[in-house]
Design a protein around this ligand. Structure first.
Ligand code: F3S
Length: 71
């Protein structure tokens, strides 16, 4: 069986310090809550078109709070 895997992004809220680079770099995937910390939009599914942005956000979070997984 070769089910195609889905890339998903999430934020480890205990690590996030509200730097908001993720929201700037990938506004399609992240938004800020009322405290300025990041939330993932929707269920975190990353479309192929947004994969590069997701990886950029991951690489630029100073707190290493962003996780990508393939399920
Ligand atoms: Fe938080 Fe990192 Fe984004 S600290 S707001 S997940 S850049």
């Amino acid at each position: 069986m070769s089910a195609s895997k889905v890339l998903r992004v999430r934020v480890e809220s205990e690590r996030c310090q509200g730097h908001n680079r993720c929201c700037s770099l990938a506004p399609e995937l992240f938004e800020a809550d009322e405290l300025g910390n990041a939330l993932v939009k929707g269920d975190g599914t990353v479309s192929p078109a947004l994969e590069a942005k997701a990886r950029l956000a991951l690489a630029n979070c100073p707190e290493h709070a962003i996780r990508l997984s393939q399920e």
